[in-house]
Design a protein around this ligand. Structure first.
Ligand code: F0G
Length: 482
C-alpha cells in the first residue's frame, strides 16, 4: 500500500501513476453481448475485442507501458546480429538477476519449448509446484509427465496461508527416493502460480526447494513470468523481508535457481521472453535451439522495440510503487466481492481476482464446465471478459477420459496499470448481481472440441435456455441500462 493514511482510517488502492494516453471503450447492450458470445461459441477467447467493455481475459501482452518505455522504443538499434538493444536487455537481466547468459525467445511458451526440448526425455518426470497449460503441453508432447507438489492448502479455495504456491519439500524427497533423481528432468517453481489464482511462494520455501534439488543434483528452474506479483507478496507477507528492497529479494530468488525463464508479456510490461542462466553447460546445450526455432541469438523472435521496452520495464519492476498497483486492485476486488458473499479464492493473489465457480455454480457439474459457463454469464451480464481456468483448460488423457480440474476458477485479470478503480467497481457490481441470480445460469457442452489446448479455440453451447433467461432477468432488474 502507498504510505498514505486516509482520514477515515480505511485504506484504498492508490495509483502512483497517471493516465496520459487513452483508448475509447464501448459497452454494448446486453442483447448484443448475447449475440457476440453466441458467435464466439461460448468461449471468451473467441470474442472480438470490439465487443468487450473491460478486457479481463489476461494480463499477458496488454499491460500499459510507461512514458519511459515508449521513449526507449524509439532508440532501438535495428540489427539482425549484435544489436546494442540486445546488449542493453542482456545487461539489465544480468544486473537484476546476476545471471551471465541470456537466450532470447519470442514469448514464454517458446522458452518452455526450448527448455523442454533440451531437458525432457521420454519417460522423464518434470516436477512443479503447479503446472501451467503451455508448459505441461510441452512436457507431455516430449513423452514426459508432470508431478505437482503443491502443499495441500494450495488447492483449498479459502485459506489463510499467505503462500499457497509453496512446494511440499518432503514430497520432493519422497519422489526422489521413489523414482531416482536421474528421471527428474528438472523442478519448475512458478512464481505467482497462475492456475491456482496467482498465489505466491515464499522465499523460505524457494530456499528449501533449492537445497533439496541441489542435494540430488536436480536443476531448479524458475518460471518468473509472474515474478512482479510474487515479489510484492514476499515483501508484504514474509516478515523477514518487510524492509528488504524488491531488487534484493529478486536477486536472492535468482541465486536459488539454475535457470530462470519468463514471459515478458507479463514480466516487464512488454512482449517477448527468454531464458537466463549462469551455467555454461546449460547455455551451450540450449543455445542451438534458439536460432532453429526463434531467431538469431541477439533477438530470438523479438523486435528491437520490444526488447527496449522490456529493459525499462524490468527496471520498473524493481520499483515497489510500480508493481503494487495490480495486487492492491486485486485485493480490493476480492475483498469487496467476498464481503457480499461471492465465493472467491483467498487470500487474494496476483494476476487477477479469481471467482470460485465450483461454489458460485454449485448446481452445475464439472463435466458441464461451470467456470466456462460463468465466464460467458459474466460477459453477458457486464461486457467484462474473463477467462475460464478449470476443467475446460485441462486436456483429455490419451484414452479420451477427461480429468476434472482441481479448481474451477473464473479469472478476472487485472492487466498492470490499465484499469481505474471505478471500472473495477462496475465489474464488482455486475458479478454481485449475477451471484444473486446464479440459479438461472446452467452449464455448457461441446459443439467442437479440439484435441490440443482445447480451451483456446473450442466451441460450446448452453445446456438449456439459461442464456435467454439471464437476459430477461437483467432487463427486468435494470430496465434499459446497458
Ligand atoms: N508461464 C506462466 C506462469 C504464464 O502465465 C504464461 C502465460 C506462460 C508461462 C506462457 O507465456 O503467453 O508469453 O507464451 N500466461 C498467459 C495467461 C497466457 O493469460 O495467463 P506466453
Amino acid at each position: 500500500m502507498p504510505k498514505v493514511t486516509y482520514y477515515s482510517g480505511e485504506t484504498f488502492p492508490l495509483e502512483m501513476h497517471k493516465v496520459r494516453i487513452i483508448q475509447k471503450l464501448t459497452l454494448l447492450p446486453i442483447e448484443e453481448r448475447l449475440a457476440a458470445i453466441e458467435e464466439a461459441g461460448y468461449n471468451t477467447f473467441l470474442l472480438q475485442n470490439k465487443d468487450v467493455f473491460l478486457d479481463m481475459l489476461t494480463d499477458s501482452g496488454v499491460n500499459a507501458m510507461s512514458d519511459r518505455q515508449q521513449a526507449a522504443m524509439l532508440l532501438a538499434d535495428d540489427a539482425y546480429a549484435g544489436s546494442a538493444t540486445f546488449s542493453r536487455l542482456h545487461a539489465k537481466l544480468t544486473e537484476i538477476f546476476g545471471k551471465k547468459y541470456f537466450l532470447p525467445a519470442h514469448q514464454g511458451r517458446a522458452a518452455e519449448h526450448i527448455l523442454c526440448k533440451g531437458f525432457v526425455k521420454p519417460g522423464d518426470i518434470a516436477v512443479t509446484n503447479y503446472h501451467f497449460t503451455t508448459w505441461k503441453a510441452h512436457v507431455t508432447a516430449l513423452g514426459g509427465s508432470v508431478v505437482e507438489l503443491l502443499k495441500k492448502e494450495g488447492l483449498e479455495p479459502v485459506s489463510t496461508n499467505p503462500f499457497k504456491g509453496d512446494i511440499y519439500v518432503a514430497g520432493l524427497e519422497e519422489l526422489v527416493a521413489k523414482v531416482g533423481a536421474e528421471r527428474i528432468s528438472y523442478v519448475r517453481m512458478e512464481a505467482g502460480t497462475n492456475l491456482i489464482a496467482g498465489q505466491p511462494f515464499s522465499l523460505a520455501n524457494l530456499r528449501a526447494v533449492s537445497a533439496a534439488c541441489h542435494k540430488h543434483g536436480i536443476k531448479l528452474v524458475l518460471d518468473a513470468s509472474l515474478l512482479a506479483d510474487n515479489l510484492h507478496f514476499i515483501k508484504t507477507r514474509e516478515a523477514e523481508y518487510a524492509s528488504v528492497s524488491v531488487a534484493q529479494i529478486a536477486r536472492e530468488m535468482a541465486d536459488c535457481c539454475d535457470v530462470i525463464y519468463f514471459s515478458a508479456r507479463k514480466l516487464g510490461f512488454g512482449r517477448g521472453g527468454g531464458i537466463i542462466t549462469s551455467d555454461q553447460k546449460i547455455y551451450k546445450d540450449l543455445r542451438g535451439l534458439v536460432p532453429m526455432y526463434e531467431g538469431f541469438l541477439t533477438y530470438g523472435g523479438m523486435s528491437v522495440r520490444e526488447m527496449e521496452a522490456i529493459t525499462v520495464g524490468l527496471d520498473e519492476t524493481m520499483d515497489e510503487d510500480m508493481i503494487n498497483q495490480g495486487p492492491q486492485f486485486i485485493e480490493y476486488f476480492v475483498r469487496e466481492l467476498e464481503s457480499h458473499g461471492v465465493p472467491m479464492i483467498t487470500p487474494p493473489g496476483g494476476l487477477g481476482a479469481h471467482v470460485d465457480a465450483m461454489r458460485f455454480l454449485d448446481h452445475v457439474p464439472q463435466t458441464a464446465y461451470p467456470s466456462a459457463a460463468l465466464a460467458s454469464a459474466v460477459y453477458i451480464a457486464s461486457g467484462v471478459r474473463g477467462m475460464e481456468r478449470g476443467t475446460m483448460s485441462e486436456q483429455r488423457e490419451p484414452d479420451g477420459t477427461e480429468p476434472l480440474a482441481h479448481m474451477e476458477l473464473l479469472r478476472l485479470a487485472i492487466p498492470r496499470r490499465v484499469f481505474t478503480l471505478s471500472q473495477v467497481s462496475y465489474a464488482i457490481d455486475r458479478v454481485r448481481w449475477l451471484y444473486a441470480n446464479r440459479q438461472i445460469v446452467g452449464g455448457l457442452r461441446w459443439v467442437e472440441e479440439p484435441e490440443l489446448l482445447r480451451f483456446f479455440y473450442g466451441r460450446l453451447e448452453p445446456i438449456g435456455d439459461w442464456h435467454h433467461q439471464l437476459v430477461a432477468k437483467f432487463r427486468a432488474d435494470f430496465g434499459d441500462s446497458l
